[in-house]
Design a protein around this ligand. Structure first.
Ligand code: NAD
Length: 258
């Protein structure tokens, strides 16, 4: 799905100026960037079958312990939605920004692989992927397992298999977070896109960037706890704001400075 209409504002010149001069651009994305691809965020109403469940309660180790079948089925349903979805204009604008920033670091909280499908080169996945499965006992990534049980069983040790995603209350992959924090610290401009900025430690990354002198720009149709701390909050859907940002940067790069 594409957002209808035009952005009701133009990208502030101060942002374009800082972007034009920047060497290191870092972007952090959340579920909002995939909303226009038809992938629901956690806080959007869920479809029929799943509407009576709270997604934030299904995405937890306790939920898996209580009812592994239910949690596996919920993830299978989410994988089905993502399989049918396609990257949108927001994902594609981030790919195009790599022309200007070959070292662009794209950090995502999403587990849907839509950035990779769009063509982004270096994606740091903070919360894992719907497309990997691991043993719930030993943590090993497992592929080629039988789907005859729900959840499937680890062919090596007999424990349940689970999606390789980070659930609420679980630690982030340390190496991925370390790289994300480093990139945030080094960035000249940091874009926080489509995230509610409620889930830590990912929500600390824009603050690390800001503390180290980056221009902090938030892109979200709704205010978040980050909005007041950002230098700019661009209020609108990522599928409109990011292409507008890209166009503004292209125009600035074509205009020789006097
Ligand atoms: P979230 O659901 O908490 O927040 C989504 C944010 O996106 C909201 O602030 C909302 O206003 C904003 N938004 C909605 N439509 C938008 C649009 N068109 N453009 C820009 N922003 C838009 O999601 P979160 O902050 O990513 O954190 C919650 C957790 O949910 C994460 O850990 C993530 O792993 C997980 N999650 C991932 C997916 C996915 O992979 N697509 C989907 C749902 C949840």
């Amino acid at each position: 799905m594409m957002p209808a209409g035009q952005l009701p504002f133009s990208i502030p010149e101060a942002i374009v100026g800082r972007l034009s001069a920047a060497r290191h651009l870092t972007a952090l994305t959340g579920a909002g960037i995939s909303a226009e691809s038809g992938v629901p965020t956690f806080r959007q109403a869920q479809d029929g079958l799943w509407s009576r469940y709270d997604p934030t309660e299904l995405a937890s180790p306790q939920a898996f312990e209580r009812n592994p079948t239910l949690v596996w089925q919920w993830y299978a349903w989410r994988r089905g939605i993502v399989d049918r979805a396609a990257p949108n204009a927001g994902h594609l604008a981030l790919v195009a920004l790599e022309q200007f920033f070959p070292n662009l670091v794209l950090i995502t909280q999403n587990v849907d692989s839509l950035h990779q499908r769009a063509g982004s080169r270096a994606v740091i996945e903070l919360h894992g992927s719907l497309y990997r499965t691991r043993c719930s006992r030993e943590g090993k990534i497992i592929s080629g397992y039988s789907e005859s049980a729900t959840p499937p069983i680890c062919p090596e040790c007999g424990a349940f298999l689970r999606p390789d995603v980070v659930w609420f209350g679980e630690p982030l992959p340390a190496e991925a977070f370390e790289r994300a924090a480093q990139a945030s610290e080094n960035s000249d401009v940091f874009l926080s896109i489509g995230t509610s900025s409620l889930v830590f430690p990912a929500a600390s990354l824009p603050l690390i960037a800001r503390q180290n002198g980056a221009l902090l720009v938030e892109i979200n149709p709704e205010p978040t706890p980050l909005s007041d701390q950002a230098d700019y909050a661009l209020v609108g859907p990522a599928g409109l704001v990011l292409p507008a940002l890209l166009d503004a940067l292209r125009a600035a790069r074509q205009t020789p400075r006097s």
